[in-house]
Design a protein around this ligand. Structure first.
Ligand SMILES: [Zn+2]
Length: 293
C-alpha cells in the first residue's frame, strides 16, 4: 500500500500533499514488465496523477493525465480516483536509453519533449473538464506544474522521483505537490521557495528514512503546518466483466458477427492491470441481442 499525507499551513494558504508510491510503482513494473526508464516515467506520472486526484471533492470524481511527447515510450496515461488510487498504461513499456547528463534515468528521453500534457477531469458533470498545455521538459513533475499554472492558474511546486534497482525492482518512489492558494502572502511564497531550495530530492529524503508526513511538513516548514489527512493509496484497476461487455457492444454488430463467425473464444486483456476476460461465440451472440433490447 502507498500512502498520501496532506498538510496545510496555519493560515490555510498553502497545501502540500506527499506520497510514498513505492508499492504503486512496483505494481506498475509487475503489470507492464517495463524497463527501468519507463518504470520511472510511468511511476512519476502515476504518483503525480494520484496527488492531483487526491484533491478532488466528489467521491466518484476521476482524473486522467495523458502525456504524449513523441519519445520512444509513446503515450503514457494514468487515471486516479478522488482517494488517490491510480492505474496506468504506456504504449511501449520497454525502452532502453543511456543515463542522462546527470547520470539519472533519462525519463525525458523516453517520454520526449515535443508534445503535450492533457488532463481530463470527470467530475460527474455533463461534459468532462479538459485542459492541455505543451510539455516543458518531459520529466513529468515540471509538466504537471506547467499544467496547473497555465490551465488552472494555480501556482505549484511538484517533485516526483523513482529509484530503480539494477534488477529492475523499485528501490523507492515518492513525490509531493505544493499548491498555493490565491490569498497567499508574499512572505509565505518566499518561505516555500526557501524550503524547496533547502530540501534534498524526494528519493534522497526517503533513502534517509524520511516519511511522507515529515516530507509534507518539511515543505511547509516555518508556516506552522498541520497534517490534514493521512490515507492509504493503491495501484487499483476498476475493470470488470460488465465493463468489458460494454466495450464489446460498442464495437457494433458487424464486428461482433465477425467474431461469432470465427467460431473461437475471444480474449480481451485489460491494459491497466493485465486481467483477461474471455467470451465464447454464444456469449457474444447474447450480447448482440441484449444490445438490441
Ligand atoms: Zn483492469
Amino acid at each position: 500500500m502507498g500512502r498520501i499525507v496532506r498538510a496545510i499551513s496555519k493560515d490555510a494558504s498553502v497545501v502540500c500533499s506527499a506520497i510514498d508510491g513505492k508499492d504503486i510503482v512496483e505494481e506498475i513494473e509487475r503489470v507492464h514488465k517495463s524497463s527501468a526508464v519507463v518504470t520511472a516515467a510511468l511511476g512519476r506520472l502515476s504518483m503525480g496523477t494520484s496527488l492531483l486526484g487526491f484533491g478532488m471533492k466528489g467521491e466518484d470524481d476521476k482524473i486522467t493525465v495523458k502525456i504524449e511527447g513523441g519519445g520512444p515510450a509513446g503515450q503514457l496515461i494514468a487515471v486516479a480516483d478522488s482517494y488517490g488510487n491510480v492505474k496506468a498504461d504506456v504504449m511501449q513499456p520497454v525502452v532502453e536509453l543511456p543515463p542522462n547528463a546527470i547520470g539519472k534515468l533519462d525519463v525525458a528521453g523516453a517520454v520526449g519533449t515535443d508534445g503535450a500534457i492533457t488532463v481530463i477531469k470527470d467530475l460527474g458533470l455533463k461534459e468532462p473538464y479538459v485542459g492541455q498545455v505543451p510539455l516543458v521538459s518531459g520529466e513529468i513533475a515540471e509538466d504537471i506544474t506547467a499544467y496547473l499554472a497555465q490551465s488552472e492558474q494555480v501556482p505549484s511546486v511538484c517533485a516526483l522521483g523513482v529509484l530503480v534497482n539494477s534488477d529492475l525492482t523499485v528501490k523507492n518512489a515518492g513525490g509531493f505537490l505544493i499548491q498555493v492558494l490565491p490569498f497567499a502572502s508574499d512572505e509565505v511564497i518566499t518561505q516555500i521557495e526557501k524550503n524547496i531550495q533547502a530540501m534534498q530530492s524526494v528519493t534522497a529524503l526517503m533513502e534517509n528514512g524520511r516519511t511522507t508526513d515529515e516530507i509534507a511538513l518539511m515543505a511547509l516548514d516555518g508556516l506552522e503546518p498541520n497534517v490534514l489527512d493521512d490515507f492509504k493509496v493503491d495501484y487499483r484497476c476498476d475493470c470488470s466483466r460488465e465493463r468489458t461487455e460494454r466495450v464489446l457492444i460498442s464495437l457494433g454488430s458487424k464486428e461482433l458477427n465477425d467474431i461469432i463467425d470465427d467460431g473461437k473464444d475471444i480474449d480481451i486483456k485489460c491494459h491497466f492491470c493485465g486481467k483477461h476476460y474471455s467470451f465464447t461465440p454464444d456469449e457474444v451472440r447474447s450480447l448482440i441481442s441484449e444490445s438490441k433490447e
